[in-house]
Design a protein around this ligand. Structure first.
Ligand SMILES: [Zn+2]
Length: 122
């Protein structure tokens, strides 16, 4: 879990975010497929304050992500649109999609969400 502060931002997933999450769930761990149906119920509820594209997610109109022990549904590595090397982890907590964590390997702070074409599952 990130130690950075988060900023509340409750909104539907963008088309780009939906496509990335759908791809991670389709190519992630064996458990990931069990979470694919949650994607249509998920929205963004907060984002990281540091400038990175890490997002907190929640289902069914809730405004806070689930907490507790993380189950990692997918891990990927690749590059952001700016060419920043990134690692992604999709977390579930309490049985619900909870967080899309995106970390710059070189500690760059401000970069955009990667697209599946520039990622590989690790
Ligand atoms: Zn951040």
């Amino acid at each position: 879990m990130s130690e950075d502060f988060t900023i509340p931002e409750v909104r539907p997933l963008s088309a780009e975010e939906f496509r990335l999450l759908d791809w991670l769930l389709a190519h992630g761990s064996a458990e990931a497929a069990n979470y694919a149906a949650q994607l249509a119920r998920a929205r963004v509820v907060s984002r990281c304050a540091c400038g990175c594209p890490t997002l907190d997610l929640a289902l069914d109109g809730k405004t806070r992500p689930t907490v507790g022990v993380s189950l990692i549904l997918a891990e990927a590595a690749g590059h952001s649109p700016e060419g920043v090397p990134v690692n992604l982890m999709l977390h579930a907590r309490e049985g619900e999609l909870s967080e899309l964590e995106v970390v710059a390997v070189d500690q760059t702070r401000r970069f955009s969400l990667p697209v599946p074409e520039r990622l590989s599952i690790v």
